[in-house]
Design a protein around this ligand. Structure first.
Ligand code: AMP
Length: 335
């Protein structure tokens, strides 16, 4: 799409961030080898922004070597996104490469620690970050999705094209992280970008079908959640999925959290959480996904080994013994 035809909302954003844009464009042009990273336990935006970037780079720089790494998703891979590459240790040691880090800022949340070997690092993100790892950073906490920011960067790059395939991935990232354009992070910019992506010809019904298709196990686990949730005195709803129950329901911890938004439109429920046991011996914990109607829950998430956005954050507790205190912290927001 030619930059001249862009919605002024899209082009004026690029103008306001021209320094970071130029740094990123230059870095991409300079390196022949590029690896695109995303965050651990990826969601639609992590994968959509990563694959949107990978596709954009492959389309516009066919002579460059482009790679993408990170842990796969238990249901979105390969239904929505391709499997990541198994790039060897030797490759990382032997090559001078650019790292593009999508949808994550904190080093310990980047899905493959080998980003550290990069000759230069670029970040495109919308999360608060404790310590900057990138030399060139485009980070905007107001963006509904990292894919929204990445799409702006791509659409404004003169002479480059944003293909239907790249747009497909970016659109999924935006729909995922904006909660289908429902969250308060959705702005006129979000819709302007969505419109520009749709203009590439992507078809919505098959896209949504891929994103939201469920199976019978998922339906059974939803039934379990609806029969076992608790609501605290201040309207914090939560459900727990111990490993034994996950096994009975044939689901993983990641699939267990997928029901969290069942509670999003219920009168009297202000915050809602999934609490899923993760038996991974390297980091045994109960993972908590927290969502809120309006209250900023990111501070509580940070206190409990996590972080994220005002209305969508993640946290961890070591044992269910900590759960009452965690819920009390959320309740205290409404005191
Ligand atoms: P989740 O509940 O895992 O879907 O996470 C919700 C949002 O919070 C996503 O944008 C995550 O990237 C972010 N998030 C989750 N866990 C953490 C963490 N430990 N530190 C920082 N951000 C997180």
């Amino acid at each position: 799409m030619a930059a001249s035809k862009l919605d002024p909302i899209i082009s004026s954003y690029a103008k306001a961030h021209s320094k970071a844009y130029k740094q990123i464009y230059k870095a991409i042009e300079r390196y022949d080898k590029i690896v695109v990273f995303r965050h651990l336990k990826p969601d639609y935006d992590a994968m959509g922004s990563q694959m949107g970037m990978v596709t954009f780079l492959k389309d516009n720089f066919p002579e460059k070597e482009i790679h993408f790494v990170g842990d796969n998703h238990v249901t979105f891979t390969p239904r929505v996104f391709p499997e990541t590459e198994n790039l060897s240790e030797d490759w990382f040691k032997a090559n001078k490469f650019l790292a593009i880090i999508m949808d994550v800022g904190d080093a310990d949340r980047i899905a493959d620690p080998r980003f550290k070997h990069a000759a230069y690092k670029v970040k495109i993100d919308h999360h608060p970050c404790k310590k900057e790892v990138a030399r060139a950073s485009l980070c905007d906490l107001e963006m509904a999705a990292a894919a929204e920011l990445a799409a702006n960067l791509m659409l404004n790059w003169k002479g480059k094209t944003l293909s239907k395939e790249a747009a497909y991935y970016l659109y999924i990232g935006i729909v995922g992280d904006s909660g289908r354009f429902l969250f308060s992070s959705t702005s006129t910019h979000t819709f302007a970008i969505a419109q520009a992506l749709l203009a590439t010809g992507i078809e919505l019904p098959p896209l949504y079908q891929r994103m939201y298709e469920k199976n019978v196990d998922s339906l059974r686990s939803l039934a379990y959640v609806l029969n076992h949730f608790t609501v605290s005195p201040k309207g914090v709803a939560y459900y727990c999925l111990p490993k034994a129950i996950q096994d009975e329901l044939h689901i993983t911890p990641e699939q267990g959290k997928e029901h969290v938004n069942t509670f999003s439109n219920i009168a009297g429920i202000n915050v809602w959480c999934s609490v899923t046991e993760d038996p991974n011996p390297k980091d045994y914990c109960w993972r908590i996904s927290i969502r809120s109607k309006g209250m900023d829950i990111s501070g509580v998430a940070m206190k409990w080994e996590g972080g994220g956005h005002k209305q969508a954050s993640g946290a961890k507790i070591k044992s269910l013994d900590d759960l009452p205190e965690f819920i009390a912290d959320l309740d205290a927001l409404f005191a």
